[in-house]
Design a protein around this ligand. Structure first.
Ligand SMILES: *Cc1c(COP(=O)(O)O)cnc(C)c1O
Length: 458
């Protein structure tokens, strides 16, 4: 179809929302490495995970074979509040760049949590409720995941305890209040409610906390409180499964208007939005039915894919969680203060790590000021104020479109626009004032993180 016939915003009908998630592991020849127990180094079994996660979510975590998993009706009902999400033909951006490329973006920011994280939060809350649990615990850094899970828990009448990194709790009161409005109990971490929190407060008086410590607190509370489990918003196989709704809708919209993507781009923190967006396309690639160039974009300040090691490592600083084989900068690695809070994780999804190791996708790292330059260009012509995380994908999409301008190629580019940036205006302020900096870790900085990676060859 000629691109002039394609609407600016492509909305699927409500009855076109996919009714199953797609599990890309089913089509992977080299399966992602299993989570292992840090003590025994054995792959975790269902029973090992039962104290931490809901039963059905463990089944999804371990299932490398079922390609399509039905979405429960209750979850589909909730999805209808903000899905299908639009696939937008970025004609104004194309015009600004004067490129022959065709650019599309899938926008996941049209819900109160402001990001794609609600797609998995609602599924995770549903399985907790179905199991008859009283509540769930989690951690949150900047607050996107905590907000999404608070909304999901309030919908199903579950208790939600969020450990929020203390520095964000104090500096980002707005997200905290959204969570409390949805009935969540938000505690600054490290707190005095847990053994690990008390220990850290004692050892480091006045500490403002870290994501690793907040995870340790949330897990401790989940395993020690009857009727509670822990839930995580990225990295895990189950989260990528739920996020496949993004890619499935995108693919349906493409088929409806005969759009054939050449390049698919997403930002990568723990890998859930990118994994979800690319899953059905990657499935075709794995089955030899089509080929796509797939690009993960990460901050130069936290370059897990482009400069990390593919190894078993701890998922958290406190080492209470299992170990995953992934591209990692080391669980002790502390990235510089980049404004894209959601991209500051030291590791990466095991699924994406395996696909990257097998050469099925590529990755690039971009600097923060160039990300905000792209964000500003995009906001001015396409009308949406993008989240700093999402703007990493915008940067790469613009770069690819500019390459097309040089070569005259009419490539079709799709990127994931994961969320809005209304709670990130401090970051925009720094960019607008010209005080934003780009810190790229030196080899010495990275060596310190690598030193903490355990020496495990499995
Ligand atoms: C959390 C977050 C991300 C990064 O997480 P992934 O698991 O890598 O998708 C990206 N964008 C936004 C808006 C987020 O909130």
């Amino acid at each position: 179809m000629s691109s002039s016939k394609i609407p600016y915003k492509i909305y699927l009908e409500e009855n076109e929302i996919p009714t199953s998630w797609y599990n890309v592991r089913a089509d992977m020849k080299n399966k992602p490495a299993p989570l292992i127990h840090p003590g025994t180094l054995q792959p975790l079994k269902f029973e090992d995970m039962q104290p931490i996660f809901c039963d059905e979510l463990i089944r999804q975590e371990l299932d490398n074979d079922t390609a399509y998993i039905p979405i429960p009706q209750e979850v589909l009902d909730f999805y209808k509040m903000y899905r299908p999400s639009p696939l937008t033909h970025a004609v104004f951006l194309e015009k600004l760049l004067d490129t022959p490329a065709h650019i599309y973006y899938k926008f996941e920011g049209n819900n109160t949590s402001g990001s794609h994280k609600l797609n998995s939060a609602i599924a995770q809350a549903y399985y907790a409720k179905k199991q008859g649990l009283k509540g769930v615990t989690t951690e949150t850094g900047a607050g996107q995941w905590g907000t999404a899970l608070s909304m999901a828990c309030s919908y199903f009448g579950l208790d939600c305890k969020v450990y929020m990194v203390k520095v964000s709790y104090e500096q980002k009161p707005f997200r905290r209040e959204v969570m409390r409005t949805y009935g969540a109990n938000v505690t600054p971490s490290p707190s005095m409610d847990t053994n690990i929190g008390r220990k850290i407060n004692e050892e480091f008086p006045g500490t403002t906390g870290s994501l690793g410590c907040a995870i340790s607190e949330a897990v401790e509370v989940a395993v020690s409180t009857p009727g509670y489990r822990y839930e995580l918003g990225s990295v895990l196989n189950q989260v990528l499964l739920h996020q496949s709704i993004i890619g499935l809708e995108t693919k349906k919209a493409c088929e409806k208007y005969d759009i054939k993507p050449d390049i698919i781009i997403g930002c990568a923190g723990g890998g859930s939005n990118l994994g979800g967006l690319i899953s059905p396309f990657m499935g075709e690639k794995l089955r030899g039915e089509a080929d796509y160039q797939i690009i993960a974009v990460e901050p130069a300040s936290c370059p897990s894919f482009t400069r990390g090691k593919f190894a078993y490592d701890f998922c958290d600083t406190g080492k209470v969680c299992p170990m995953a084989k992934m591209y990692t900068l080391g669980h002790d690695f502390i990235p510089s203060a980049n404004h894209a809070g959601g991209l500051r994780y030291h590791g990466m999804s095991s699924i994406l790590s395996q696909l990257y190791a097998d050469g099925l996708m590529e990755a690039r790292a971009v600097e923060q000021t160039s990300v905000f330059e792209a964000a500003t260009q995009f906001a001015r012509v396409e009308g949406i104020l993008p989240a700093p995380e999402s703007s990493h994908a915008i940067r790469a999409a613009i770069d690819e479109a500019l390459k097309c301008k040089e070569t005259g190629e009419e490539k079709t580019i799709i990127f994931g626009l994961t969320g809005t940036g209304y709670f990130d205006l401090k970051a925009y302020e720094a960019y607008n004032n010209g005080t934003m900096t780009d810190y790229i870790p030196t080899e010495e900085d990275l060596a310190k993180g690598f030193a903490g990676i355990p020496d495990i060859n499995l």
